[in-house]
Design a protein. Structure first.
Lengths: 44, 313
């Protein structure tokens, strides 16, 4: 049985930890959806 | 085609092949051939991952999809950031620590040779069919532009798409290709404007185009209504898109090979993390181009019959 994958062994170049990088990506997704939603509402 | 167009076309084809040959020097071992010796920098991996997702058919089909159906298609990419977080936390460390050359080699280590063979065959069949379409679609466009039979374009398209020089040449070409892609979007908008000018000799303003598209209900970038019969809404994008991109980035060798070329897990994961930041805005730009085409052509055809256009009245 192979070992379960672990977090990358080095810190990312920016934001310090991988948890912060993943959080930033998910926040970006939220902002993206909100932006497109507002765009849709504005030009409906 | 003017002389300048021919020069650009031939120069780009020749320079990409020449650059690939130059970059492929020294790929004399399996490790260097398949994984570029695991020496690729994170930015080359990131650009290569993005380039692999954007073939010539992306520029054609995404724009065409938006022309017909509005901007709903961008929701398809909402699952990409979620999938990339999962891939970075699971698949990237897994493949790197297993020291494999391909995703299918890992399947053999984890299960057996039959599983590897089956998965490889499915990948090759699916990729072969996909490559056929990817080559055929630009050939159709070129045949229209040049007025040549379609089959004459398959050979140069195939030689452009073919790759026998290993990962280093492929990723080097991808980096150059991504840089060239930056010029495609203004080019598309320019083509729309050109077509509009050909029809009426008067360009459509940006405000008119947005107004027309909104009035026609085509600026529908987000649909929150859930329906099993609706292919593109925010829920299908988040759920279906996540699983689709998980399978694509976690199992498809065309993607796995990209992040296996990194020196470390962290660099490969960082390259994957950069993908969502570019992909969604890029796709919305393609869709906007399609909308611009649609508004330009529809308003042009109406305006040709009217000497006093006032779309907002």
């Amino acid at each position: 049985m192979p070992q379960l994958p672990q977090e990358p062994d080095e810190p990312p170049p920016f934001l310090g930890t991988w948890r912060r990088v993943y959080t930033a990506i998910l926040i970006y997704l939220g902002v993206l959806i909100a932006g497109f939603y507002l765009f849709t509402r504005a030009y409906r | 085609m003017r002389n300048l167009d021919w020069i650009v076309l031939v120069t780009s084809l020749v320079s990409i092949v020449a650059y690939g040959l130059y970059r492929s020097r020294g790929s004399d071992t399996v490790d260097r051939y398949l994984l570029a010796g695991r020496t690729m920098p994170w930015y080359a991996m990131a650009l290569s991952i993005m380039a692999t997702q954007a073939s010539a058919i992306t520029f054609i089909s995404t724009t065409g999809q938006s022309y017909v159906d509005g901007m709903r298609f961008v929701q398809f990419y909402f699952g990409l950031p979620i999938a990339m977080v999962i891939i970075c936390a699971t698949a990237v460390p897994l493949f790197h620590r297993a020291k494999v050359y391909t995703a299918y080699e890992y399947l053999e280590k984890r299960f057996d040779g039959k599983t590897r063979t089956l998965a490889s065959l499915i990948f090759l069949c699916q990729r072969g069919l996909s490559a056929g379409l990817t080559i055929y679609a630009p050939a159709l466009v070129l045949s229209v532009i040049l007025g040549w039979p379609e089959h004459n374009h398959h050979l140069p398209d195939g030689s452009h798409g073919g790759d026998v020089h290993g990962a280093r040449r492929h990723q080097g070409g991808d980096v150059v290709g991504r840089a060239a892609d930056v010029h495609h979007l203004p080019g598309t908008a320019g083509l729309a404007d050109h077509r509009d000018s050909c029809c009426c000799r008067r360009p459509v303003s940006f405000g008119d185009a947005v107004f027309l598209a909104g009035a026609a209900g085509r600026l529908n970038a987000v649909t929150t209504t859930f329906s099993w019969n609706d292919r593109f809404n925010v829920w299908s994008g988040l759920l279906g898109g996540t699983f689709l991109f998980l399978s694509y980035f976690g199992c498809d060798q065309s993607q796995v090979q990209r992040y296996l070329t990194g020196r470390s897990i962290a660099r490969a994961a960082w390259a994957c993390c950069l993908t969502p930041w570019r992909k969604s805005p890029c796709s919305s730009s393609f869709c906007s181009s399609g909308r611009w085409f649609s508004c330009s052509t529809s308003s042009s055809s109406r305006r040709c019959c009217s000497s006093t256009p006032n779309w907002r009245a």
